[in-house]
Design a protein around this ligand. Structure first.
Ligand SMILES: CC(C)(COP(=O)(O)OP(=O)(O)OC[C@H]1O[C@@H](n2cnc3c(N)ncnc32)[C@H](O)[C@@H]1OP(=O)(O)O)[C@@H](O)C(=O)NCCC(=O)NCCS
Length: 358
């Protein structure tokens, strides 16, 4: 008896268009923690935090908020915006440094909760996770997939040492998600630039809880499960890579700084952003900053910034957007994309109301 030949065919992908961001959504916990509140917990001041970082307040996860629950809510909103159903999604990638578990992957929890039938995996590149995940999604859409859900979600408040004033004032919790799909009207192919320098790993890490240093009474006593950071070292690294990576990704896209409609840097410190923006020469009115209200939400910072930029009418279909992230690894990643290219040229009125006449 001969074995029947498989009848299942791999569906052919429709004619090529460049990948684009088709939907976006965010979720942040309700609880706001101000700098004044931190003054009561540790030896710090609103003046110091504001002057050195630009942060005024951050969101802190409540008892029911987890990395997956926030990712799920942000993803629901992104799917709604993209006008897609869960069955349209071929892959879920969650970028996070604070997964619900070591395994299973947080992406699998998101996939299950939303009823998605595609693949799912987590991607960990510190605060650069979202940029890494976005570049992978873009490549998958360009090669074989229809729609990829990309999430950045973090509950950093649970791995911060709340007695260490040099780190705990910097971070916050939240999630952002986007759907990457084929954009029929894109002018240029999105470009990504990823980098890493593992020799800088010790400058920003959580030493214990992995397989090298499993949890023990000793690791807990020594507070080794919390974020450890050499702040000034990371600061110097960040100011260098943000401008360099942005320039390199623009060159790949055959664009110049003057072509940038909106620059969305990872929101880690306004002084890092200011310095990079000066080096790059991008006008300050084209730079998006919301760190004052959220602090550094790691892999969630860029998708949250995207959502707020859109809400504020600062993003219009067809705009050239440059994003750049950096973080633990050390890692960095930049992207040059055309915003919501799928909406061109028959621009959707509700999305471009603020752009009319511009
Ligand atoms: C952390 C950071 C804000 C510190 O700012 P800085 O200007 O470099 O400050 P320093 O670390 O040199 O510390 C200066 C002084 O402020 C003190 N200080 C640190 N945190 C403080 C706080 N929250 N409140 C008050 N004083 C503080 C230090 O103890 C030090 O005091 P000393 O001079 O008496 O020793 C800055 O280094 C930074 O932003 N680094 C990058 C961090 C980052 O973005 N990480 C995430 C990357 S994804």
């Amino acid at each position: 008896m001969t074995t029947p030949r498989a009848t299942q065919r791999v569906p052919a992908k429709p004619a090529a268009g460049y990948p684009t961001i088709r939907g976006w959504g965010m979720y942040v916990p309700e609880r706001v923690m101000t700098n004044h509140e931190l003054e009561k917990l540790i030896d710090t001041s609103d003046e110091w935090i504001t002057a050195r970082t630009g942060i005024k307040e951050r969101r802190i996860a409540g008892p029911d908020d987890t990395t997956s629950s926030m990712a799920i809510e942000a993803s629901r909103r992104a799917l709604e915006r993209a006008e897609l159903m869960p069955e349209d999604i071929d892959l879920v990638i969650v970028g996070t440094a604070t997964p619900d578990f070591l395994f299973p992957a947080t992406a699998c929890l998101v996939q299950d909760a939303l009823g998605i039938s595609g693949g799912a995996f987590d991607l960990e590149a510190g605060c650069t996770s979202f940029m890494y995940a976005l570049s992978v999604a873009s490549a998958m859409v360009q090669s074989s997939m229809r729609n990829v859900l990309v999430v950045g979600s973090e509950v950093l408040s649970r791995i911060l040492d709340w007695s260490d004033r040099s780190t705990c004032v910097l971070f916050g919790d939240g999630a952002g998600a986007v759907v990457v799909s084929e954009g029929e009207h894109a002018r240029f192919a999105p470009q990504y630039l990823l980098g890493s320098d593992g020799s800088g790993g010790p400058a920003l890490c959580v030493p214990a809880g992995g397989s090298r240093m499993p949890a023990s009474e000793e690791t807990v006593r020594q507070r080794m499960h919390f974020v450890k950071m050499a702040g000034p070292e990371v600061f110097r690294f960040a100011t260098r890579v943000v401008a360099d990576a942005s320039r390199q990704v623009l060159a790949r896209a055959e664009l110049s700084v003057a072509d940038i409609d909106l620059f969305i840097p990872h929101q880690a410190n306004t002084r890092i952003i200011d310095s990079a923006v000066r080096r790059l020469g991008v006008p300050t009115d084209r730079v998006f900053i919301n760190i004052d209200r959220y602090g550094n939400t790691s892999s969630a910072s860029i998708p949250i910034a995207m959502c707020e930029a859109d809400e504020q009418g600062r993003l219009h279909p067809g705009d050239t957007v440059v994003m750049v992230g950096f973080g633990a690894g050390l890692t960095w990643g930049a992207g040059a994309v055309q915003w919501a290219a799928h909406l061109l040229p028959e621009r959707k009125p509700e999305l471009v109301a603020s752009a009319v006449g511009s």
